[in-house]
Design a protein around this ligand. Structure first.
Ligand SMILES: [Zn+2]
Length: 401
């Protein structure tokens, strides 16, 4: 299977200007080709084929207006066209219904103000990891890499990215063989929600780490600071850069957290099940939905590829019918619950249930995983309002009458 390995690049000033040129050229090639296809479409002419676009690029390089395109790697420009072609294919597939999921729009023009600039070098470009650890990029130079872990095999391509905080990364695509772990005894259902990052069918509740929540709060304050400054002013620019850097740090910390958690879940369990997309409870918060959705999607994607990598079972089940309303012990649908309820009793079998854990058990059940519903069952005593994230599960599995 193919995986991406990402590393920070220590870009020197001379690399910086060469990369800026390459980003700019790739952008111009992309935009020229997009404009050509759009005007052909508006003139009622046939769709310009990929091969035709490529031929036009070769011709353009010979004109005085575009001669400077020869100053960057030809592969980088061809890959910019490949990105455009992929964008169109996804758009057409989405129109015809061949592509599932949310609607994909037509490709859009790239801007120098885009938060993320990227170029791709394939094997044809002869990029190389040198014995001294530097990354040799054609027409850019030998760029030092922070090797946070070794590359498992020879990469087939590398994408060089500049993010909104001005940091540079190399993202290598490498092929790796799956290495199944020894069989694990446990299986688990996972409920993703807002009160906790994840709740497991065995009763474990996992909150985002405290440092992360603090960093998120801090970031929000800084963002407010930016909006109080006059747009375009020197101070505004400074504050905005500061926020971009803080944002990048928080995003990194979030990703680390998801990596650690997904690795642990895959290592400890023979099978994991998650609900398609957890949007439960979103309606009742003002939290940025997109942030959470993106975070969950990334987390689920990590679980999926790690399951493949380590020979585990991965189940993504469709959106459940209000899973919190079904008793995980006797599977009776028990009707809606007040939002704030911390514990409820099934009217059918009498089990006392923690709604979050109950939902996680239902996810496991829907995937056909044999988990006990006992983790979801709690003491019937009134549960005080929770200040901490500790679980409310009882030590022994209570079988209610
Ligand atoms: Zn029940």
């Amino acid at each position: 299977m193919q995986l991406r390995y990402n590393y920070r690049l220590d870009v020197r000033p001379r690399h910086r200007s060469a990369l800026a040129k390459a980003f700019g050229c790739a952008r111009v090639v992309f935009n020229d080709a997009l404009a050509a296809r759009e005007s052909a479409y508006q003139a009622g002419l046939p769709y310009i084929t990929d091969a035709e676009l490529s031929a036009r690029l070769t011709l353009a390089k010979r004109t005085p207006q575009r001669a400077w395109l020869t100053e960057v790697s030809a592969v980088v420009l061809q890959e910019a066209l490949a990105d455009l072609n992929t964008g169109y294919r996804n758009f057409f597939a989405s129109l015809s219904g061949k592509r599932k999921g949310p609607r994909v729009g037509p490709p859009r023009f790239r801007s120098r103000k885009d938060h993320r600039q990227a170029i791709r070098f394939t094997a044809n470009a002869r990029f190389k990891v040198l014995p001294n650890g530097k990354l040799r990029l054609p027409k850019v130079g030998d760029v030092p890499v922070r090797w946070s872990r070794p590359l498992p095999s020879k990469p087939s391509s590398v994408t060089v990215i500049k993010d909104s905080a001005g940091r540079y990364f190399a993202s290598f695509v490498v092929k790796i063989r799956s290495e199944p772990l020894p069989q694990a005894k446990r299986v688990v259902g996972i409920d993703l929600g807002l009160t906790h990052f994840a709740v497991l069918s065995d009763g474990t509740k996992i909150a985002s780490p405290r440092f992360l929540r603090r960093a998120e709060k801090h970031l929000k304050r800084r963002q407010q600071g930016v909006s109080r400054k006059q747009e375009g002013s020197h101070n505004w620019e400074k504050a905005r850069n500061g926020v971009a850097r803080a944002h990048a740090r928080v995003a990194d910390a979030r990703r680390d957290f998801r990596h650690q958690l997904s690795t642990r879940l895959i290592r400890d369990n023979q099978a994991v099940a998650v609900e398609g997309l957890a949007v439960k409870g979103l309606a009742r918060t003002r939290m940025a939905k997109s942030v959470h959705d993106a975070g969950w999607a990334e987390f689920v994607a990590m679980l999926e590829y790690k399951a493949r990598l380590y020979g585990r079972e991965f189940h993504r089940i469709g959106r459940l019918e209000p899973s919190s309303q079904v008793c995980s012990a006797c599977r009776t649908k028990d009707g809606p619950k007040p939002l704030r309820v911390r514990v409820w009793q099934c009217q059918e079998c009498g089990a006392w249930l923690d709604p979050d854990i109950n939902a996680a058990v239902n996810v496991a059940n829907a995937a056909g995983l044999a988990v006990t519903a006992c983790g979801a069952q709690v003491r019937p005593e009134p549960v005080p309002a929770q200040r901490r994230e500790a679980g409310t599960r009882s030590k022994s599995c209570r079988k209610a009458a």
